[in-house]
Ligand binder design. Structure first.
Ligand SMILES: [Fe+2]
Length: 216
């Protein structure tokens, strides 16, 4: 149970916000070529790469593309904690895996249990879609995130921040998304004959008792 707010606190505060990272890394073209070559190599050794994601841990590889991505992910985590106002030392590891989505592949809505943060970095995104007689409102290859607070949109009115219970991103190569691991997300089907390649990761905290909130 939290302590009551100080009697002197005044004004409007933002309660229970959800911090979500969406950033693009300039100069990603070279590292993405390296990462793509590595993912292809891994796929040749393991045809079930996408669904067999628990092994091996991609970020434990000493490889120029992975080293570049690891540095950018770590910097993003540092920025994230700073944004939240967490100003004490945190220790974490990155666990990552590659996903290759071929025509029709998608990922059901899910979250990432036991992780603190989760994220995805985009290596290759198809630019051409198959011409299919499907609905016009499909969002192939996009990723949708859902408001973790069920049904808060039900009484929302125009311009209040709760109107849209989902946030959909059309990824681009060089883009990184990162979010609290409890957020459900869904990857829409790839409707291209070319592959969609991404690297997903979990930020796992190495526990320390100084992470515990003050109990007063
Ligand atoms: Fe996921």
């Amino acid at each position: 149970m939290g302590a009551p707010t100080a009697g002197g606190q005044d004004g409007i505060i933002s309660l229970w916000p959800t911090a979500f990272v969406q950033r693009r890394f300039p100069g990603h073209e070279g590292p993405n070529r390296e990462l793509l070559a590595l993912v292809r190599e891994m796929e040749n050794a393991n045809r079930d790469l996408t669904t067999d994601y628990l092994t091996p841990d991609l970020f434990n590889t000493d490889h120029p593309g992975v080293n570049w991505l690891r540095a950018h992910v770590n910097q993003t985590v540092i920025d994230y904690f700073r944004y939240l106002g967490i100003d004490y030392p945190i220790d974490w590891t990155i666990q990552g895996w590659a996903s290759i989505n071929r025509f029709g592949d998608y990922h059901d809505a899910h979250n990432h249990p036991r992780a603190y943060l989760s994220g995805t970095y985009y290596v290759k995104i198809p630019t051409t879609m198959e011409k299919l007689k499907t609905r016009k409102d499909l969002r192939p290859g996009c990723i949708t995130f859902y408001d973790p607070r069920g049904a808060v949109n039900m009484n929302a009115i125009r311009n209040d921040p709760y109107v849209d219970p989902e946030h959909t991103v059309r990824p681009e190569p060089g883009m990184l998304l990162m979010w609290p691991a409890f957020i459900n997300h869904f990857v829409h089907p790839n409707l291209s004959k070319t592959t969609r390649v991404s690297i997903s990761f979990n930020i796992m905290l190495k526990w320390s008792d100084h992470y515990l909130p003050d109990q007063t």
